[in-house]
Design a protein around this ligand. Structure first.
Ligand code: GDP
Ligand code: MG
Length: 371
């Protein structure tokens, strides 16, 4: 054994176990790229303890020693948690991605919508063309989707609430576009608590904190279809959505460079409303859409109107009603400075798992990685 000097990864963030595991708590890859992580030189005895390894207060018994990360032999796995701004930025810089920023009030269906995309991809490609090719945030998707599944033993599907305190978080999905020779498309969904948007209407200074809008390729404004179907709540819901757009336009957070998608969620609630309510809902919705186009058409780059039922609780609409065409629209809405990564055509006669493996690591038949 010889005395060597090795670098131990440390982190300034409380609770981060990078020193023990080598993995950044925020999922930044490589961990040293995280702004909180730094390497500390430390004399170490022997040559096997190194890299992102044991902290001083960790029992250093030989069996627990961690190997140095070797890019030729090891695959760096993401922690699977939601990404912070710097981790999302790393994906944008490394691969390019379509950024979709979700806005709308609490309970309008933001989290359910992008979680449903992940859920739909579990069983089949979207519109038979867009298939799952990986995600850096699988753990967070699973947490958000759990209550919509039978395993949760919930009587009706629910979506885990986005906590008021939680800051801006990004969820990541990678899709293989079979209509474009298997081109890999990365999507980043910016999610934050709906209460924040309510506060922003009354305190316009808060708009400066909604930084995700600046870089977004699409801004998805969710309007609660359940409120729309309800005579008591309808006008308040539509007026609040209009106020949110107005505030964002006034504060120059929404402008001619943006694509705004106004999405009525929970279409199942509208479809199953009694006829009298559904007639008034339809008329109010048409008026609302006209008002948006008339008032903001000249100030916002493009405005489109959509309807989805990400997670229907009643009626005949299937799970994810209206979601696949919306995703397709997002996928092609990329700002021009992004990097296109073309995957090798997928081999035929492979299992879905092998096809995923092939897409994710994009291995050629020789085993070379061609990214
Ligand atoms: N009926 C119905 N409820 C939905 C649908 N999508 C979401 N929800 C429910 O609406 C509630 C709020 O959704 P959530 O995504 O958390 O809203 P967020 O606060 O905007 O993120 C949850 O209980 C969801 O289960 C839908 O398509 N139909
Ligand atoms: Mg939410």
């Amino acid at each position: 054994m010889t005395d060597t000097v090795s670098k131990i990864l440390r982190c300034n963030a409380a609770g981060c176990k990078v020193a023990q595991t080598g993995n950044c708590m925020d999922g930044v890859i490589p961990a040293i790229a995280c702004r909180n992580v730094f390497g500390q030189e430390e004399p170490a005895v022997g040559s096997t303890i190194s890299g992102a390894h044991l902290a001083e207060d960790t029992p250093a018994d030989d069996e627990d020693e961690l190997e140095v990360f070797d890019p030729d032999r090891h695959v760096q796995l993401a922690s699977g948690s939601a990404l912070d701004v710097s981790a999302a930025q790393s994906i944008l810089e490394a691969r390019g991605a379509t950024v979709v920023a979700f806005i709308g009030f609490k309970g309008s269906g933001k989290t359910s919508l992008f979680s449903s995309i992940y859920n739909l991809l579990q069983s089949a490609p979207l519109s038979s063309k867009l298939s799952f090719a990986g995600s850096e945030t699988i753990v967070d998707f699973e947490i958000r989707c759990h209550d919509t599944r039978l395993a949760s033993k919930q009587l009706v599907p629910k979506t885990a609430r986005t906590e008021r305190s939680s800051a801006l978080a990004y969820l990541h999905l990678r899709l293989a576009d079979d209509s474009a020779g298997g081109t890999v498309r990365d999507l980043l969904f910016a999610d934050r608590s709906g209460e924040f948007f309510k506060d922003a209407i009354n305190d316009t200074q808060l708009c400066d904190e909604i930084k995700e809008l600046h870089r977004a390729d699409a801004i998805a404004l969710l309007v609660d279809g359940e409120d729309l179907a309800d005579n008591q709540k309808r006008h308040g819901a539509l007026a609040n959505a209009l106020s949110l757009i107005q505030v964002l336009v006034d504060q120059q957070k929404l402008s001619a460079t943006h694509n705004l998608d106004v999405i009525v969620s929970k279409a199942d609630a509208l479809a199953s409303a009694p006829e009298s309510e559904s007639k008034s809902a339809k008329a109010a919705r048409q008026h609302f859409e006209r008002s948006i186009s008339d008032r903001f058409g000249a100030q916002i780059g493009s405005i489109e109107f959509w309807e989805v039922a990400a997670c229907p609780k009643s009626g005949t609409l299937g799970t994810g009603h209206g979601v696949p065409p919306l995703v397709r629209r997002w996928v092609v809405r990329k700002k021009p400075n992004q990097i296109e990564v073309v995957a090798s055509p997928l081999s035929k006669n492979l299992s879905e798992f092998d096809r995923f493996n092939e897409r994710y690591f994009r291995r050629q038949p020789t085993g070379d990685v061609n990214v």
